[in-house]
Design a binder for this molecule. Structure first.
Ligand SMILES: Nc1ncnc2c1ncn2[C@@H]1O[C@H](COP(=O)(O)OP(=O)(O)O)[C@@H](O)[C@H]1O
Ligand SMILES: O=P(O)(O)OC[C@H](O)CO
Length: 501
């Protein structure tokens, strides 16, 4: 008798680690595996991944998660994939071998190319068609850099010999044995070459960046038929039925389905995403307009604020400075910081994202004295994430209130939200409650829901939204006077760090 197919597998391919999670029919985690993989920093501001490291971590975490769940691959009804976005892989269509390391979203090597495009007066064209900003963060100028800098790449791409993909596309290509060359609308919306109003690759932008259309994948809804895994990989053919960029998957996992709902995810970076419904809201405050999800052909849009360094500052404390051994120790250390010391860290390690979009600035610390020690450093690193969230939310509230007249609700997730100290400081500095859900693997849950709902296993959007539960609410406790002073100190620190200051 064939095994019952009641399980769903989510692959969460993040910036610093890959997770594979098996969910059972009741949406509970039945098996989990996670692996970190190497970060490659060839030059200041450059960040790469070896796509083969990513691929091995995906295969191995899937196998371990299936084992941990004590099931057979044949019991998995569907796979949902969610991934670090914007990161670019180019590979040979024939051999499947990448022609270069993946250029990671944090990488700033195309900053100069963006400046040149701005100087040609092209920024408006990119903003109006893609909802994004002309910044090296996005895939388009990274891909163009690869085509110009890897010998013979552009000519080969024009002949149809090369494929471009974000990580989802690369993984699906490998998982299906080169049978599927696809992506979803959310990942496409981060490439700087996708027209989010018309839902298609944009010919004009492709021409400007000299990217041949023949190297681009087909763009599908987030819940769709993306292909079937090769039997040899896991011992069964498993359909891939859901795909979304990780921040968009978190919007789904946090059940932010109603316009006005915001989730903020604290992983390597921090990304706040506000659902604006079927309406595209254009930011007047340097936020991004992007696709939240596309289901049954209906596109739901979002406003997004992107901060490049969140948990990465914690990793710097751990790996760079050796101030802590484990990320989880930063909270208790920060709690010991002297409140009289006004130390600020502006973690512009790879420039500043929203709302400043300053690719050239680099990190700085202010307010150091002879008494400043590890505790103050830890507090400054964690607080920097809270201050930056405040900047994003201020921008978001302005855009959203002027578009809808309504208020917003904040839900948080990601590795860093395990830190109670950080969440309390976040509530204090944004002066609003912060809701932490019972399920912290919201990104994987979102990807799993896409696949499971397509497979007919899990409930529809409305019923799924009702299953969201709060683990803890952090209420603001800081006095208005202290908050005001701290926010002013932060603003001064940022002003002094910006590259044109
Ligand atoms: N208890 C903690 N306190 C502060 N930071 C933490 C804690 N636990 C994890 N982190 C940070 O969260 C990040 C990992 O979050 P995760 O959501 O797994 O990120 P990603 O998906 O980007 O790889 C790391 O940068 C880590 O330093
Ligand atoms: O890997 P994360 O979770 O920090 O997410 C990375 C984002 O998708 C980059 O846009």
């Amino acid at each position: 008798m064939a095994a019952a197919k009641g399980y769903v597998l989510a692959i969460d391919q993040g910036t610093t680690s890959t997770r594979a999670i098996v969910f059972d029919k009741d949406m509970k985690i039945a098996g989990f595996a996670q692996e970190e993989f190497p970060q490659i920093f060839p030059k200041s501001g450059w960040v790469e991944h070896d796509p083969e490291d990513i691929w091995s971590s995906v295969l191995s975490t899937i196998r371990k998660a299936i084992k941990a769940a004590k099931i057979a691959a044949g019991e998995i009804a569907a796979i949902g994939i969610t991934n670090q976005r914007e990161t670019v892989v180019v590979w040979d269509r024939e051999t499947g071998k990448p022609i270069h390391n993946a250029i990671v979203w944090q990488d700033r090597r195309s900053a100069n190319d963006c400046e040149k495009l701005k100087a040609r007066g092209l920024e408006k064209k990119f903003v109006s068609r893609t909802g994004l900003i002309l910044d090296p963060y996005f895939s388009g100028t990274k891909l163009s850099w690869l085509l110009s800098n890897v010998k013979g790449a552009r000519a080969r791409a024009e002949k149809g010999e090369l494929c471009f993909g974000t990580i989802d596309t690369f993984l699906i290509w490998r998982l299906t044995g080169a049978k599927s060359f696809v992506t979803d609308a959310t990942n496409a919306s981060r490439t700087l070459i996708y027209n989010i109003g018309e839902n298609r690759w944009d010919k004009t932008l492709l021409d400007i960046l000299k990217i041949p259309a023949v190297m681009l994948p087909e763009v599908k809804d987030c819940a769709a038929d993306f292909g079937v895994t090769e039997e040899g990989l896991f011992g069964a053919e498993i359909p891939i039925l859901g795909v979304a960029g990780d921040q968009q998957a978190a919007v789904i996992g946090q059940a932010c389905f109603e316009p006005g709902m915001v989730k903020s995810t604290y992983g390597t970076g921090c990304f706040a995403v506000l659902n604006t419904g079927a309406k595209m809201v254009r930011s007047k405050n340097r936020l991004l307009t992007t696709i939240a999800y596309r289901l049954d052909g209906e596109t739901i849009y979002a406003l997004e604020g992107s901060i490049f360094i969140a948990g990465a500052a914690v990793q710097w404390l751990r790996d760079g400075l050796g101030v802590v051994e484990k990320a989880s120790q930063t909270g208790e250390l920060a709690a010991k910081a002297d409140p009289q010391q006004e130390v600020y860290l502006v973690p512009a390690f790879t420039g500043l994202g929203a709302p400043h979009w300053d690719a050239e600035s680099r990190g700085a610390m202010y307010g150091l004295t002879r008494n400043t020690g590890p505790a103050e450093l830890a507090a400054a690193a964690l607080e920097a994430v809270c201050f930056q969230t405040r900047d994003l939310l201020d921008a978001m509230h302005k855009d959203w209130r002027s578009a809808s007249g309504e208020d917003t609700v904040l839900r948080v997730d990601g590795g860093m939200v395990a830190s109670d100290w950080t969440m309390q400081r976040l509530a204090d500095l944004i002066d609003a409650p912060v809701d932490r859900p019972t399920i912290l693997e919201t990104t994987a849950l979102g990807a799993a829901w896409l696949a499971a709902s397509r497979a007919g296993l899990w409930p529809d959007r409305k019923t799924f939204a009702k299953t969201w539960a709060r683990e803890r609410r952090f209420e603001p406790e800081m006095s208005a006077k202290t908050r005001k002073a701290r926010l002013k100190g932060w603003k001064d620190a940022v002003r002094r760090t910006l590259s044109d200051s």
